[in-house]
Every structure is written in C-alpha cells, then in structure tokens.
Design a protein around this ligand. Structure first.
Ligand SMILES: O=C(O)CCC(=O)C(=O)O
Ligand SMILES: [Fe+2]
Length: 150
C-alpha cells in the first residue's frame, strides 16, 4: 500500500445512568482498510450478518476500503460502542487506510477482469461530503453509496 494513512482516535465514555437507551457511538462502519481497537473494558460490539444480533467485537475489524478493494469479498463490519453505568470506558482506535487525498478505489486487478466491478471509485473528499450531508446515526452507510447496481 503506497502512502497509507493512519488515524488514531481516543474515545472516553463516562458512566451512563441509562445505558440501555443511549449509545457511546451509534452503528457505523469505518473509513479504513483495517481498524484495531484497544479498549479498557467491554463495550465494542459488531452486527452479526447471519442473525442480525450484536456480539462482542474482536480487536481487529475490516473497514470500507477493504470491502471496495476486494470487490465485496470482505465486508466492512458494522459496529457500535455501548455504555455502562458503572465505570468510565476508554478506547484507542487505530484506523489504517489508503492515502487521504487521491481516489482510493481503482481496481485494475485480475479479480476485476473475472468479476464486474461492484463499487464506484471515490476519494476522501467524497467521504467528507457524504458525512456532511447524511445522518450516520440514522443508519446511512458510505459503502452503500458506492455500490454499482446491476
Ligand atoms: O470506542 C469504541 O469501542 C469504538 C470506536 C469506533 O468504532 C471508532 O472510533 O470508529
Ligand atoms: Fe468505528
């Protein structure tokens, strides 16, 4: 990967009196190839594809870039951060992505020759525009906007 980008996010979630009706972070997928999360206590959960239930997340998960680069073979993981009423939770997230300014999805691989391209090209600016116009907490997903409908 040439000129990759790494973004670190540190999140601090104070105890919440009603963790059942609030989120630390609402369901979303990450603008990354791979994300690594270090957490001080449990709270990170991912949405299982088979039965749509929420499960504890392993510390590494796939982001939007890898879904597009693999032409949908690897799916980006929808995840959320839950809260608890006892203690402050801290997470340190390391998002490993393609470089920030250029077009990130250009698939000229053998895979593309075998399978028609399933996603449009896009850039970090496209992602920022998407963020400014859409409600992520309401379930909007950037990768879905890149899918080529056949
Ligand atoms: O705080 C967490 O457990 C999740 C953080 C996260 O999903 C993110 O920063 O994108
Ligand atoms: Fe995330």
């Amino acid at each position: 990967m040439d000129e990759g980008m790494q973004v670190m996010a540190v999140n601090c979630y104070p105890p919440c009196p009603q963790p059942d009706i609030a989120f630390g972070l609402p369901p979303h997928s990450d603008y990354s190839c791979l994300t690594i999360v270090l957490q001080s206590s449990e709270g990170l959960e991912f949405l299982g594809k088979e039965d749509e239930s929420w499960r504890k997340v392993p510390n590494v998960h796939v982001g939007d870039h890898l879904e597009v680069l693999s032409n949908g073979i690897y799916k980006s993981v929808v995840h959320r951060a839950t809260l608890n009423h006892e203690r402050t939770r801290i997470s340190i997230t390391s998002l490993h992505s393609l470089h920030s300014l250029g077009v990130y999805v250009k698939m000229e691989t053998a895979k593309e020759l075998q399978h028609p391209k399933g996603y449009k090209e896009s850039s970090f600016m496209d992602f920022l525009n998407f963020l400014s116009k859409n409600d992520i907490a309401g379930g909007k997903n950037f990768t879905n906007t890149l899918k080529i409908v056949k």
